[in-house]
Design a protein around this ligand. Structure first.
Ligand SMILES: Cc1cc2nc3c(=O)[nH]c(=O)nc-3n(C[C@H](O)[C@H](O)[C@H](O)COP(=O)(O)OP(=O)(O)OC[C@H]3O[C@@H](n4cnc5c(N)ncnc54)[C@H](O)[C@@H]3O)c2cc1C
Ligand SMILES: NC(=O)c1ccc[n+]([C@@H]2O[C@H](COP(=O)([O-])OP(=O)(O)OC[C@H]3O[C@@H](n4cnc5c(N)ncnc54)[C@H](OP(=O)(O)O)[C@@H]3O)[C@@H](O)[C@H]2O)c1
Ligand SMILES: *[C@@H]1O[C@H](CO)[C@@H](O)[C@H](O)[C@H]1NC(C)=O
Ligand SMILES: *[C@@H]1O[C@H](CO)[C@@H](O)[C@H](O)[C@H]1NC(C)=O
Ligand SMILES: *[C@@H]1O[C@H](CO)[C@@H](O)[C@H](O)[C@H]1NC(C)=O
Ligand SMILES: *[C@@H]1O[C@H](CO)[C@@H](O)[C@H](O)[C@H]1NC(C)=O
Ligand SMILES: *[C@@H]1O[C@H](CO)[C@@H](O)[C@H](O)[C@H]1NC(C)=O
Length: 549
């Protein structure tokens, strides 16, 4: 019977060779797409805001092994409201980036901290780690719900166009749970949450290992051990074939460089600092009877002014002529409450004679030579700084040479998302998945010119322009669909055309009709750069997210 066994063995061997060769012809990655050193399988997503959650969900759908890291204890990104406030901003300003570079020499590592160790409270360590968001209790969106919505978990049709952040927070969490990415989800049928999402985990460093062609992420996770009243700090590294950076725009508060600001920043009254950044604003009630100076006249400034106006005694706003033209700031100027008194930019804070009784008697010198006095509190609504985790010295949210698709051109295994409008997220993540899967070719960079024109259009405004130019956005979709036609994969359609109409309508009503009228509010000199509204302005107002797009 040995011959029969031999025959069967040879037959099986033959079949398996045949099957393997068939498998290879059918499933081998097309050679001309092989721009990567090895197939991309493990992907890290940094940040669980609206962009990161969509990226993680799409990549999982495409069978990548995904890890989602989020420094906060829960998903939501910017929309994870909390009464906790961030660690106080530094005076003078410090470049954004990591304040803790004390990566232990040997990893993995475990450290325990008690209250007061190294002069730090446990609360300080905790909030420094996760950085509570700059969202206040009564905040509403300045974008309509059609562009502030995630797929799969639509809002109730009754939900108003302008959303409270409380509604958004639930919406984003629903989306996270729908994809089994929430902090306490456990889903037996999908990869368990413990394997995909790692909360309270900050990505401290992103490095490329040039030998293995992989990305090495250095991670730090904090856990509050309530029973022993300690914090456990764990450090380790994980390795990936590709990384999506969805860490948002507002990495750190920006403190303006004004003479004397450091001296004034030390003043406290009733245990509360007299000067602070808008990132720690939460509730209007404590402003009852106060004279408040708000520095800056952009969105945080106008919206906080509106919130406190029923309580405050006086609201004074220091505004400077804009360096660049932004629709959003134009809109803000006409949203200040009618009690607002506008003053010019601050030249200096005169040294205080005593720091014991607040800043009431302190003198603030304005650019036009006048002196301002009698202020109880100063809110710096002066915006944010950003940086990207890679390359390490980048001070832009999306580094130079990021393609319009979000891929980092020098190494397209790294990609950056945009955060706004949220509705772009799903398309962009689909593009990452297709390129890394090998079923879409990276379009050449010159395929789309960056749309730069005029002083306020820097490089990297591609996505902004995609909304400005519907045609460009459609081209993005055409690119993906052409790839599907060639290599297989699902066809995708653009968002419903009525969304665009709704967006336009909202823009008209909120930005053009109600506002953008500098006449009569005494700000003719500071509103317009050229006195004329341009087509792009209302769109800027909806999509604007800092100067580094
Ligand atoms: C006060 C305020 C109001 C706003 N209002 C609107 C609005 O009305 N409409 C609108 O469309 N947009 C608004 N925005 C813009 C907002 O950024 C976007 O709506 C949206 O949150 C962007 O999503 P994102 O996922 O890109 O970033 P984010 O929501 O900022 O999420 C980024 C996440 O990455 C995490 N992260 C960052 N660094 C690391 C790290 N090193 N390791 C691990 N995790 C990290 C952060 O903790 C955060 O959870 C507002 C922003 C602010 C500050
Ligand atoms: N949904 C909402 O209602 C809401 C509320 C708040 C924030 N947001 C979002 O959050 C983001 C950040 O908004 P933001 O208002 O915090 O920041 P921002 O738009 O960057 O505005 C900061 C402003 O401070 C001004 N400034 C800086 N230094 C100054 C100085 N020394 N004197 C006077 N002005 C000074 C800047 O002026 P220049 O223009 O001259 O640089 C700028 O206008 C935006 O994308 C916005 O959409 C939304
Ligand atoms: C993911 O894997 C499943 C099971 O093998 C397969 O059916 C599906 O087509 C894959 N999805 C994609 C987008 O490749
Ligand atoms: C200012 O606004 C408040 C509240 O909206 C209103 O009651 C008041 O009449 C207004 N005052 C003036 C002078 O327009
Ligand atoms: C400076 O500006 C303030 C506010 O607009 C104004 O009240 C004051 O008169 C101005 N001072 C001078 C010297 O022009
Ligand atoms: C960006 O690309 C240009 C053109 O290829 C190159 O000259 C420049 O050095 C690149 N910048 C960075 C930071 O990679
Ligand atoms: C725009 O404002 C005018 C005057 O206030 C009003 O009559 C008109 O109905 C408004 N248009 C829209 C679209 O709201």
């Amino acid at each position: 019977m040995a011959w029969l066994q031999a025959f069967v063995a040879i037959l099986f061997f033959g079949i398996s060779i045949f099957a393997q060769s068939q498998y290879q012809t059918v499933f081998e990655r097309p050679k001309h797409l092989g721009i990567f050193h090895h197939p991309i399988r493990r992907v890290a997503v940094v940040g669980a805001g609206p962009a990161g959650l969509q990226a993680a969900a799409k990549l999982i759908e495409h069978n990548f092994t995904v890890r989602l890291f989020e420094r906060a204890p829960h998903p939501g990104g910017n929309w994870l409201y909390s009464e906790e406030t961030p660690v106080r901003e530094s005076y003078p300003d410090k470049p954004a980036g990591l304040s803790i570079d004390e990566i232990p020499a040997r990893l993995p590592a475990k450290l325990y901290h008690n209250e007061g160790d190294d002069g730090l409270t446990l609360d300080h360590r905790w909030t420094e780690h996760w950085r509570p968001r700059p969202v206040w209790y009564n905040l509403f969106t300045n974008s309509p719900k059609v562009s502030t919505e995630l797929p799969d978990v639509p809002y109730n049709p009754e939900t108003p166009w302008v959303l409270s952040h409380h509604t958004i927070q639930r919406h984003v969490r629903s989306y996270a749970s729908h994809h089994c990415l929430n902090s306490n989800d456990h889903c037996p049928t999908t990869p368990s949450a413990a394997r995909v999402a790692s909360y309270s985990t900050r990505v401290v460093k992103v490095e490329k290992d040039e030998e293995t062609h992989t990305w090495v992420l250095t991670l730090r996770r904090l856990e509050r051990l309530r029973e022993s009243n300690r914090i456990l700090e764990e450090w380790w590294t994980e390795t990936f074939d590709a990384v999506v950076i969805t860490s948002g725009t507002y990495a750190a508060a920006h403190v303006p460089e004004i003479e004397g600001i450091v001296d004034w920043s030390k003043v406290k009254e009733g245990g509360r600092y007299s000067m602070y950044h808008s990132q720690s604003y939460r509730h209007p009630e404590p402003y009852v009877g106060k004279t408040v100076l708000i520095v800056g006249a952009s969105i945080s400034a106008s919206e906080i002014a509106r919130d406190i106006s029923p309580f405050a005694h006086r609201i004074i706003v220091s505004v400077r002529p804009p360096q660049v033209r932004r629709g959003s700031r134009q809109r803000s100027l006409s949203r200040f409450p009618n009690i607002t008194e506008f003053v010019p930019e601050i030249a200096s804070f005169e040294p205080l004679e005593s720091r014991t009784d607040g800043i009431h008697n302190g003198k603030i010198h304005l650019m036009n030579g006048s002196i301002l006095q009698g202020i109880d509190e100063i809110i710096l609504a002066t915006g944010y700084q950003s940086y990207s985790l890679y390359p390490p010295d980048s001070t832009r949210r999306r580094p130079e040479n990021t393609s319009w698709t979000g891929h980092y051109v020098p190494d397209p295994t790294l990609a950056y998302t945009i955060g706004r409008p949220w509705t772009m997220g799903r398309y962009q993540s689909y593009g990452f998945a297709r390129v890394w899967q090998g079923t879409a070719r990276l379009p050449p960079p010159e395929w789309i010119d960056d749309g730069s024109e005029g002083p306020d259009r820097g490089t990297g405004s591609y996505f902004l322009d995609m909304w400005l130019g519907e045609a460009l956005f459609r081209r993005y979709i055409t690119w993906l669909n052409a790839a599907s036609l060639e290599h297989g994969g699902r066809f995708i359609g653009p968002p419903p055309i009525e969304n665009l109409e709704l967006l336009k309508y909202y823009t008209m009503v909120h930005l053009l009709n109600d506002t953008m009228r500098p006449e009569g509010i005494g700000l003719e000199s500071v509103t317009m750069l050229s006195g004329q509204l341009r087509d792009g302005d209302p769109w800027d107002a909806l999509t604007d997210e800092g100067s580094d797009w």
